[in-house]
Design a protein around this ligand. Structure first.
Ligand SMILES: [Zn+2]
Length: 257
């Protein structure tokens, strides 16, 4: 558009930090601005993970800022800026592109959060948090409009996310009450069991998850870490575009996990 507006980097970051209440979270990475680029933002690129492929796409598309769910500087990782870490950061810094990252705050948010967005995509009715006593519960529980078989839920996940989920049928009863948590939350199957859910959906699976699903007689679906976490960052990008009048594009770098 010809009258495309821009916003200062600091205004955009402050808006996101406030909206997502990022200072209220104990997280495994810094939330907010991770790499400082140019002062004005006209073109925003969003994506799930700040991989080299996404950084390269942002450069190619003339981005001023890259906004992601999985950024850098994770707890426990080696601090030195060597190898792929050096390459990614060098590319961002040389091109003066900011990196803005929100992890748990973007899972939990009541409007643009990954978990709310996944429920909207699948048509699931939200009833509460996976941890009912926690106001910032990562993961939700709710209901399907009408009870469906495990195979029907698997098919709806495949339609919505564009990939076949791995379904562990812990029983052959239909599913009405369902809990979910995007990403690598297979350990949270215990929380879904405690709530008496018929099914639990997350991104990834581990070997023990299969036994837990079978022995607790709950349906389990591993629907893809990347696939379940595509939607929060897109919703946030759309909101920023609407609020500030900037340009936004989501770039999907396919990931089979
Ligand atoms: Zn994740």
């Amino acid at each position: 558009m010809s009258d495309q507006r821009s916003v200062t980097r600091s205004d955009l970051v402050a808006y996101c930090d406030a909206m997502l209440e990022s200072s209220a979270f104990q997280d495994y990475c810094p939330n907010g601005l991770q790499v400082e680029g140019r002062n004005q933002v006209r073109r925003l690129i969003t994506g799930v993970t700040a991989s080299q492929a996404l950084v390269d796409a942002a450069i190619e598309q003339g981005a001023d800022m890259l906004l992601v769910h999985h950024g850098y500087f994770w707890k426990g990782e080696a601090a030195p800026l060597t190898g792929i870490k050096k390459k990614r950061l060098k590319a961002l810094l040389e091109n003066d592109i900011s990196l803005l990252a929100y992890h748990l705050p973007l899972d939990v948010h009541a409007e643009v959060g990954n978990n709310v967005q996944l429920a909207r995509l699948l048509g699931w009715q939200i009833r509460g948090g996976l941890e009912p006593a926690n106001p910032r519960s990562v993961g939700l529980h709710g209901e399907l409009e009408t009870a469906q078989s495990g195979a029907e839920v698997a098919a709806s996940l495949e339609r919505a996310l564009g990939r076949m989920p791995l379904h562990i049928a812990g029983n052959d009863r239909p599913i009405k009450r369902i809990a979910w948590c995007t990403g690598a939350a297979q350990g949270y199957i215990e929380k879904a069991i405690a709530l008496g859910m018929d099914a639990f959906v997350t991104g990834e699976i581990s070997e023990p998850t299969v036994h837990s699903a079978r022995e607790n007689r709950i349906h389990f679906f591993a629907a893809g870490h990347h696939a379940t976490e595509r939607y929060g960052v897109q919703a946030l990008g759309e909101r920023l575009a609407a609020h500030f009048g900037i340009e936004h594009r989501f770039v999907d770098i396919d990931n089979p996990v």
